[in-house]
Design a protein around this ligand. Structure first.
Ligand code: FAD
Length: 353
């Protein structure tokens, strides 16, 4: 049965201070989307002279607490228990909500990963506040200390700003791949605290017997992405893109319709409902550049469009535009790269021979 919670706002909003972030872990390591919260979270906290508090849940977390401080948290709190070794929605949300009740942060940020989305909504209900999901811009009004949470809306055509004026903490999830990972500064000073905690039996509805990580393609850390769209015309077009990607140490991305048609796996999808990427070079091959695709790749440093249509929308954000049939351009490009590599490698090879 669905129950409605009467979310009375807290009386003294001024009691709520600092920015709290959830540092997600994967297979015993700090995950990139959580590290991205450090750059945006510290910018917001420091703008109003407050602290950034990173929270890590898990079992073997001592090194991770140290690492989170070196990445830029002012304070790191680790909640340690063998029941928290792997992500589980209920124990994690109970621990986070209890910590929020104790620390009273003004803002709580969570990466909008699968686990993060699952977690954020439950924490928000337990904390009797709201959550603005999937933000791509986050800032703070320095006078009122109101979080300005911005997210694309109406099919990514508009950026909506959502304010949570009465409830605390002001919660938001942030889209992975949008904010940068700060530089790690070994030996950086910060406060840390590791607390041993226990999870109540009633919150452990399932027992994890073993954990098999699903291998997924992470495009977010790739420096070169060769993406294909419907302009490929057939699934085998991706084989050609794989060849180009292999020559330049890149990975293959895709537009959503090609994924929906089963031409390539879903973990290759770039865009609003796929991954957000910011490589050094993004090749858009036969991709028109609809808003939902652009949303996920517009922060790429260099965009190369290969499209037969000179008016394709992708061209308006591209650094290099090739108006040509991709089946003519890409094989020629592969050959040219091979030739260039051959030329570059030959003298070195001759020397060592
Ligand atoms: C809620 C929602 C979420 C969405 N999320 C995403 C998302 O995450 N990612 C995403 O990509 N889309 C997403 N979409 C879909 C999006 O709106 C577009 O439909 C999609 O991006 C278009 O894909 P495309 O560019 O491959 O195809 P098209 O728009 O059909 O473009 C094909 C392009 O190929 C060119 N072309 C054709 N033949 C050749 C050739 N031989 N050589 C070179 N160029 C050629 C054409 O000129 C054209 O520009 C979403 C839509 C909705 C409603």
């Amino acid at each position: 049965m669905v129950g409605l919670v009467n979310a009375e706002p807290p009386e003294k909003l001024e009691e709520y201070k600092n920015v709290l972030i959830f540092l997600e872990t994967r297979q015993g390591k700090l995950a990139k989307p959580g590290l991205e919260m450090i750059s945006v979270g510290s910018a917001i906290a420091h703008k109003v002279n407050e602290e950034l508090i990173g929270v890590i849940l898990g079992n073997d977390i001592d090194d991770l607490v140290q690492e989170a401080g070196e990445y830029g948290c002012d304070r790191v709190i680790g909640l340690k228990s063998k029941e928290l070794k792997d992500f589980r929605t209920i124990p994690y949300s109970v621990c986070m909500a209890d910590l929020i009740a104790e620390l009273k942060p003004n803002i709580a940020l969570i990466p909008a990963t699968r686990n993060g989305r699952d977690l954020a909504s439950r924490i928000a209900v337990k904390s009797k506040t709201g959550v603005t999901a999937d933000c791509t811009e986050l800032d703070i009004d320095p006078t009122e200390r109101i979080l300005m949470a911005r997210r694309p809306t109406y099919g990514e055509s508009t950026l909506a700003e959502i304010l949570c004026k009465k409830h605390r903490p002001q919660m938001a999830t942030a889209r992975p791949g949008i904010f940068s990972v700060p530089e790690k500064v070994p030996g950086r000073k910060f406060q840390s605290e590791i607390r041993k905690t226990t999870v109540k039996k009633e919150n452990l509805k399932k027992e994890i017997v073993s954990f098999k990580p699903k291998s997924t393609l992470d495009l977010t850390s790739s420096k070169i992405i060769v993406s294909g769209g419907l302009g490929l015309g057939k699934p085998s077009g991706f084989e050609m893109l794989e060849k180009l990607a292999a020559e330049i140490d890149g990975k293959v991305g895709a537009s959503r319709p090609t994924v929906d048609m089963g031409w390539i796996g879903r973990d290759h999808q770039v865009g609003q409902t796929g991954q957000s990427v910011r490589p050094d070079i993004y090749f858009a091959c036969g991709i028109s550049g609809k808003a939902q695709h652009i949303m996920g790749m517009r922060l790429s440093k260099n965009i190369v469009s290969i499209n037969t249509d000179p008016e394709a929308e992708i061209n308006s954000i591209s650094d290099y535009i090739i108006t040509e049939d991709l089946y003519k351009v890409i094989p020629e490009l592969i050959e040219a790269i091979k030739k260039k590599k051959g030329g570059a490698i030959a003298p070195a090879a001759a020397k060592s021979a």
